[in-house]
Design a protein around this ligand. Sequence first.
Ligand SMILES: [Zn+2]
Length: 322
Amino acid sequence: MKTSKSITRAFCVELQQELSIVAARREYFSQEPPRTRFSFLCSTEACRARGVKITGVRYDVKPQEHPTFVAAHFRANPNYQHHADCEWVDEADGVEDEPKVKETEEETALRKAKRKLDDYIDVFDPSLKERGKPEPSSVTADKPVEDSPATPKAPSDAPKSKQPTETRTNNLERLVDSFRQAQANLSKEEFALLTLRIPGQGEVSLRSYFRHIKFAQVSDDRRVLYGGGLVERYGTGFKFKFFDRLQGKLVTLYVSPAQMQAYRSSRYISELLSHADEVRFFTVFALGTLAQSPSGKSFSVEIEDLRHLAIVLGPAKKTAAD
Ligand SMILES: [Zn+2]
């Protein structure tokens, strides 16, 4: 059967685990060059047993600001038929525009907006669970924490055998990719409809969960702060200086060499930062706390863990030839 839902996870043959495309991208760039591309199979076991391949698109391209934004995503391979039980096959295939339950105009608009995104996130869990502390040599250790499989949303007595699923993650970079795609591909009205559930915090609009650094407030630590700026390296560590000032003061984000060394995906971060000379700026997304420096002369964004940091390359610098 053909899939009809956005494929948000696939089984990576090389890593022998199921992951999101964002996790695949991080693993890809964590390899020592020359890097090898991955092969993906469908996440549903019945499909995997038949060798049903999935195509990974743009996971070998670093996240970058681009006028024609194309998010990394998974795509069904047209040469393979999926099992009827496949989680990406919708039984209501073809009648998806006519839902069985009556919906309001707003619900219809929201459903259509979601379908324009490759990876819509319903739930983002920012908690840093200890069990997720990965062993440096093991790639599987990250799995339970990075991307939990979709969990059934509908009550268990629902008549359909395949219940609607929700996409849940605690991978900030994945949420950032989804946010960036929504910003790039949806109208303002559609974007405003998107919501996000944060355990312990309730439901918020996706837009409000991200706050540009120029609107940040001290003590407001339950949002993703973001903004463009430049990076200074301090050995393996770095200091990010936001372009925008807050109350006329400089805002920075410092990551120490020790923090970098302790982080499993530090090679991926270093790889992104290595393009400092080629890009006009970096955009940093951080789930942290804004604090005023003891001197009161500047602000800093403090993050507890590097898993709460995502970096996107800015547009390429114009070369002399331009
Ligand atoms: Zn399948």
